[in-house]
Ligand binder design. Structure first.
Ligand code: SAM
Length: 221
């Protein structure tokens, strides 16, 4: 099937790079904890790492930690005095993530904040956290447009905002869907395409995670 071929090519790409025992252990810990395996794929994690390097990120925000897999990929691109804040509302996910981050040697750079993103984002703004150079949005889809608005508030001109799961196997074409998450994605895609605060694109992707996509937006001056 096509999906098998996409996964095989993803394995081929991942296999070109040196093996990574720390990240393999993170994925094992996610499985062993009985958590959903909804982290980005290895190839997508590497993309986040490359993007963090390309934008010289010193200050990164993530919405949706899970077990810390994508956070570790991004935090590895930080300089020694850089910071990554990741938001997670499930205490078990946050615990597993913190343990994984310690194991990855990144505890000094990564802060997992426990709570609902809609509560923590205004707190970050009130604290004067940021501006964040890179923001990765990967939590519930119902509030996607609100998360994106907060991301723009917490960014500076030139910041990069990356949003996962905006294609959903093509389900995004279904305007009549009664899936609230899918409608959240549809509203979001329409909103960023028309948003004068950013220059954006939406990429569909295939791989070990099937068919989905990323939105990429650079905040304008
Ligand atoms: N970014 C992670 C990775 O690639 O390794 C995967 C994140 S997973 C797709 C989404 C995470 O967001 C889950 O751990 C879930 O508990 C968390 N989450 C969902 N809704 C949230 C909310 N409203 N506030 C904070 N976290 C939320």
């Amino acid at each position: 099937s096509m999906h098998k071929q996409w996964a095989a090519v993803d394995d081929y790409i991942a296999g070109l790079f040196p093996s990574d025992p720390v990240l393999d252990a993170v994925l094992r810990a996610t499985r062993d904890a009985g958590m959903p395996q909804i982290n980005v794929s290895p190839v997508q994690g590497r993309l986040l790492h490359v993007l963090a390097l390309a934008c010289n990120a010193r200050n990164i925000l993530e919405i949706g930690t899970l077990a810390g897999y994508s956070a570790i990929w991004m935090a590895r691109a930080l300089p020694a005095d850089g910071k990554l804040i990741s938001l997670e509302f499930d205490p078990k996910h946050a615990d597993v993530a913190r343990a994984n981050i310690v194991r990855a040697g990144l505890a000094d750079r990564v802060d997992v904040r426990l709570g609902t993103a809609l509560d923590i984002l205004p707190q970050l703004a009130a604290e004067g956290a940021g501006p964040f150079d890179l923001i990765f949005i990967d939590a519930d889809k119902i509030n996607l447009t609100t998360y994106f608005d907060w991301a723009v508030c917490l960014a500076r001109p030139g910041s990069l905002i990356v949003v996962d799961n905006v294609i959903r196997g093509g389900d995004v074409l279904d305007a009549a869907s009664d899936d609230a998450g899918l409608q959240g994605v549809r509203r979001f895609n329409e909103a960023i395409a028309a948003d004068p605060r950013v220059t954006a694109t939406i990429l569909q992707m295939v791989g070990s995670k099937g068919h989905d996509g990323l939105a990429l937006a650079v905040v304008r001056g």
